[in-house]
Design a protein around this ligand. Sequence first.
Ligand code: NI
Length: 138
Amino acid sequence: MPRVTITREVHFSAAHRVFNPEWSDERNFEVFGACANPNWHGHDYVLYVAVEADLDRDTGFVMDFKDLKSVVESRVVQDMDHKNVNLDVPWMEGIIASAENMVVAIWDRLVDRLPEGVKLAKLTLWETPRHYVEYSGE
Ligand code: NI
């Protein structure tokens, strides 16, 4: 059967501060710029979740888009949307809230929650309309 990739797009708005708690404020501003502001700031994140599988002979699907939406909503969006990534998201605790670290943590939230035979192929996380990060699990 043909192997096809399908992608679901989801949005969430979240606050964060990107800083290394072991560094001085000065060093944090030097490395992380405005993202190190102590009083937080927000982004409108856009996440693309791509999964791949052999097409199902009976449905012509990779997986049901409804089910993909539901797993991404329940495992990621509900925890992140209108939350503070540093303070409110248990699975980001102790992790620097960079988009890179976020996309890896999101991968771990999703990778073992897909139907049998469906592989998480790639995550793309847009932090602003001008930059994004990608992760394929390696
Ligand atoms: Ni930021």
